[in-house]
Design a binder for this molecule. Structure first.
Ligand code: GLN
Length: 232
């Protein structure tokens, strides 16, 4: 390569990074925390802010995508106004692995109870999700989950933080339930019983009601990165 060629100035970054590229939808939410968790899980995180960041097919620019928490109604509006909703729906339908946390779980649901009228969804997971199921704006709920499918056995439960979180009311036949609430203890929030579904997987799609990116535990991201690895 000619030494004056621009690539000659940055040879290493282009050729030696064999990690999978996982986008983080950066419209709202814990983008930095997801980025750190993905790096810890061995992937290369990139921020996704506009439709061109998505690429045209799974594996074109992104091997997978994380949809953080936030406010799903706002995210739906932003996805629509940035012309990302339809391309993203198509990529997910074409098999792009995606992981949605909290509001991201809502966006990946095929059906949502308590959605705003006309709220657009990405869909993909055959489930009905109830928005704000754990309580209203100020409410949060924490629980140590035992979830072997998320690498959290009895000896090392997963500390889950729920913030104005949804839960899953029901799932279709192809959906694997990865975690349910255990204790029914509700830290001042009524109506949280044991057995509520809070993590699911359907094909290449993963969703959690809670925010695993807070607190530096990257076991859920490990699971997602291995799902992406199998697809890539
Ligand atoms: N309640 C929010 C919604 O409906 C989700 C909250 C969260 O992502 N922490 O979008």
């Amino acid at each position: 390569m000619d030494a004056r060629h621009p690539r000659a100035l940055f040879p290493a970054t282009v050729s030696t990074d064999s990690r999978l590229t996982i986008g983080i939808l950066a419209l709202q939410g814990d983008v930095r925390e997801h980025s750190l968790a993905l790096e810890a899980a061995g992937a290369r995180p990139v921020a996704v802010r506009r439709a061109t960041d998505l690429g045209d097919a799974p594996g074109d620019r992104l091997d997978g995508l994380v949809i953080p928490g936030g406010e799903s109604t706002t995210m739906s509006t932003l996805l629509t106004s940035f012309d990302m909703l339809l391309p993203l729906r198509e990529l997910i339908a074409a098999g792009l692995p995606a992981y949605g946390s909290c509001a991201g779980m809502i966006l990946l649901a095929d059906r949502v109870e308590g959605a705003e009228e006309g709220q657009a969804l990405l869909g993909g997971i055959d489930m009905t999700v109830r928005r704000n199921a754990f309580g209203r704006q100020v409410d949060s709920y924490e629980e140590d989950l035992i979830a072997p499918g998320l690498g959290a056995g009895k000896d090392r439960p997963l500390h889950a933080v729920f913030i104005r979180a949804p839960w899953v009311e029901s799932v279709g036949p192809g959906v694997e339930i990865l975690a349910t609430t255990r204790t029914g203890r509700a830290a001042g929030v009524s109506g949280v019983d044991g057995g509520r579904i809070v993590a699911v997987r359907h094909g290449a799609l993963l969703a959690t009601s809670f925010h695993p990116e807070v607190g530096g535990d990257h076991r859920v991201h490990d699971v997602f990165v291995s799902m992406v690895t199998r697809r890539a």
